[in-house]
Design a protein around this ligand. Structure first.
Ligand SMILES: NC(=O)c1ccc[n+]([C@@H]2O[C@H](COP(=O)([O-])OP(=O)(O)OC[C@H]3O[C@@H](n4cnc5c(N)ncnc54)[C@H](O)[C@@H]3O)[C@@H](O)[C@H]2O)c1
Length: 261
């Protein structure tokens, strides 16, 4: 038996990075998937999964659009008859724009995808999960939502908002049997961080990436997928309202110089 055997799961941002790794792992663990991305790379994710014998349907949708979120949840219900878990994972970084140059439109787009997207996933999945008296919602936040220094302002604010949304929603779902948690990735090698890795490789400094965390390396998408699997599955049945850093220990320590004793 897989750890998500027969469960109906929606994953957004499934065309790349963490979402693709999660799609592959969840399917391997028996989940039946609706994989969502606004990029057609989600079709490649679906092919990788189905070629390995997994059950998946790809949908090219915008995770920050209410009608698109309704469409993918509706599809999971129609195709698989229920909705056991949703991972609101799609996100954009928005880059590092100096504060004085940031526009309202720049902020609005980052908040629309990174924060309103998870809100919509929650809003449209909970009626079905409450009726089932079970369900697990996972949202991708970031270490940037816990501390400063990891991103630009709107991205950090959006991810802090996701953590607050998760905590507030866990409280408002009291007594329903539906759980919600966030994962807070540190620096993970994905499409989003490709420029960081490419630039470091070009300068010959790639060995320095991730040196601020006690594991002294960046994370890989499959390590986030594993955390999401735990939170989506019944193995985390008493974990609720939490923001789980998956960051090599970055947020557990003050930055230090030199070798620790
Ligand atoms: N990579 C990191 O270091 C890191 C760190 C902290 C948090 N995160 C978060 O992890 C999540 C996944 O990112 P990733 O690192 O795998 O990056 P990624 O760029 O490899 O994947 C993100 C995917 O989301 C999709 N996407 C973006 N906006 C969308 C929208 N409106 N609708 C549908 N799909 C959309 C992209 O097309 C892409 O396929 C994001 O929420 C990101 O903020 C990443």
């Amino acid at each position: 038996m897989g750890r998500l055997e027969g469960k109906s799961v929606v994953i957004t941002g499934a065309g790349s990075g963490i979402g693709r790794a999660a799609s592959r792992l969840f399917a391997k663990e028996g989940a039946r998937l609706i994989a969502v991305d606004r990029s057609d790379s989600v079709q490649e994710t679906a092919k990788l999964v189905s070629d390995s014998g997994g059950t998946i349907e790809a949908m090219m949708l915008d995770a920050g659009s209410e009608k698109d979120v309704q469409a993918c949840i509706g599809r999971a219900l129609k195709k698989y008859g229920r909705l056991d878990a949703i991972w609101a994972n799609a996100g954009i970084s928005g880059g590092l724009v100096p504060l004085a140059d940031q526009t309202v439109e720049h902020w609005q787009e980052i908040l629309r995808i990174n924060l309103i997207g998870p809100f919509l996933a929650i809003k449209h999945s909970i009626p079905h999960m409450i009726a089932q008296k079970s369900g697990s919602i996972v949202c991708t936040a970031s270490v940037a939502g816990l501390k400063s220094g990891a991103s630009g302002h709107p991205y950090a604010a959006s991810k802090a908002g996701v953590i607050s949304l998760v905590q507030t929603t866990a409280y408002s779902l009291s007594g329903t049997g539906v759980r919600i948690n966030a994962v807070c990735p540190g620096l993970i090698e994905t499409g989003m961080t490709k420029p960081i890795f490419d630039n470091a490789k070009a300068r010959g400094t790639d060995h320095k990436i991730g040196q601020l965390n006690p594991l002294k390396r960046p994370g890989q998408p499959h390590e986030l997928a594993a955390a999401g699997l735990f939170l989506a599955s019944d193995e985390s049945s008493y974990v609720n309202g939490q923001a789980l850093p998956v960051d090599g220990g970055l947020t557990a320590s003050m930055p230090y110089a030199g070798k620790p004793v």
